[in-house]
Design a protein around this ligand. Structure first.
Ligand SMILES: C[S@@+](CC[C@H](N)C(=O)[O-])C[C@H]1O[C@@H](n2cnc3c(N)ncnc32)[C@H](O)[C@@H]1O
Length: 308
């Protein structure tokens, strides 16, 4: 079944709204990408769930997300446990175990490297510069468009390929018995390679983004929300796990970054957000992007329709 409406953000608690099978029918969404409130964070803006209560709070939500996701879809959960009383919490790890009991497969953990962390001095650790992007699916066989996020091979290649040994032309098994094997010659003359699982948005990693997405990326830092993720993060996963016109859901929509990324990449979005001011903010950001896309369409007639 299809959702009653696409390209809409519902105002309210996702825990209640997601249960509405008219808005969110079974197996109707291709990709879920979201950044829920982290435990104990931003109490003044939107609550802050105690780490000990987090898993119980999230479980009914992840149960509904499992229901609405298509069998070949993916769920990306951006989350990070913070240190408390000198040590890291474990609620994210506990959540992963609980979600596995719900039927989720934990496929991968992407590390999102955040370049904007402030320098500082802590007694027992260094500055925190990454967050988890946990990848869950319902089945082992899911849609993944790896070609869509290839990156330039990098400067190391020219030097490495100048001096090839015989060994480089055979599939060589790793000497430390870790069952890894590689054939270096496979990459000769290749301009692009698959990226690694540390997501770093350097210039060259953005090549898959259109000019329109680039300009939205530039302006996304100005958005009026205390915990936005940059447009390029949902954009990257949208490219990796969906095709044009697929449906992308963000149950914690905030300032609308996921919706904006979906629109810019010609996908449909759905979302929920509990705070009216953020629904307004998201709506404003979405309208701005729609105007921008239309303007660009006039300049470049090859751009495709955003709504289907
Ligand atoms: C970390 S922010 C998401 C930011 C978003 N990714 C962005 O780029 O703007 C989490 C959002 O979830 C919203 N929220 C918190 N509890 C919620 C709930 N039960 N249902 C729906 N939204 C909720 C908060 O108001 C906040 O805007």
């Amino acid at each position: 079944m299809k959702p009653k409406e696409l390209n809409k953000i519902y105002k309210g608690d996702c825990n209640t709204l997601l249960k509405d099978t008219n808005f969110f029918p079974d197996k109707s969404v291709d990709l879920i990408i979201t950044s829920p409130p982290y435990a104990d964070k931003r109490k003044s803006t939107y609550g802050g769930i105690h780490p000990d209560k987090y898993v119980e709070w999230f479980k009914p939500i992840s149960k509904e997300l499992h229901r609405v996701l298509k069998d070949n879809g993916s769920f990306i959960l951006n989350i990070k446990e913070h240190p408390k009383n000198g040590e890291r919490g474990t609620y994210v790890l506990e959540l992963i175990l609980e979600m596995k009991k719900q039927g989720w497969l934990w496929i991968e953990e992407y590390c999102w490297y955040k370049k904007n962390s402030f320098p500082g001095k802590w007694p027992n650790r260094f500055r925190d510069s990454w967050e988890r992007c946990l990848h869950f699916t319902k089945k082992k066989d899911f849609k993944m468009y790896q070609e869509a996020v290839k990156v330039p091979i990098g400067d190391w290649a020219a030097k490495r390929f100048k001096s090839m040994s015989e060994d480089d032309f055979i599939r060589r098994v790793s000497k430390n018995n870790n069952h890894l094997a590689r054939n270096v010659s496979n990459w000769l003359n290749k301009k692009k390679v698959f990226p690694h699982n540390v997501i770093v948005f350097e210039e060259e990693h953005r090549l898959y983004l259109s000019n329109v997405v680039e300009s939205a990326v530039e302006s996304s830092s100005k958005k009026n929300h205390s915990a936005i993720f940059p447009i390029e993060l949902p954009s990257w996963f949208i490219h990796l796990f969906t095709k044009e016109r697929d449906v992308v859901l963000d149950p914690f929509m905030g300032s609308g970054s996921t919706a904006v990324a979906a629109l810019l990449n010609h996908r449909n979005y759905l979302g929920t957000e509990i705070q009216s001011e953020y629904v307004k903010e998201a709506t404003k950001n979405i309208l701005e992007v729609e105007e921008e896309v239309l303007k660009n369409k006039k300049k470049k007639p090859t751009h495709k329709k955003i709504h289907t």
